[in-house]
Design a protein around this ligand. Sequence first.
Ligand SMILES: [Zn+2]
Length: 75
Amino acid sequence: MSYPTDQLPDISSLGGEWTLATVPEVAFGHPVQVGRAMFPDHEWPYEPAKCTWDQGTWYLDGTLLICMGCGTDGT
Ligand SMILES: [Zn+2]
């Protein structure tokens, strides 16, 4: 799942900032907004709605999981 978009953890210590992305919600089929981390000079290989990546990386002492395909919060 993911953090509510108004409760995303501070990633300024990682040099990033949050944007919002709209993705289809699998269980109910309607679009939902999730946080998408953006870092300077880095482009994610996928757009969130088309992401097929299934691996993330943990940040912030294991409290934040970011998808390495599209940068969305996958915590
Ligand atoms: Zn992704």
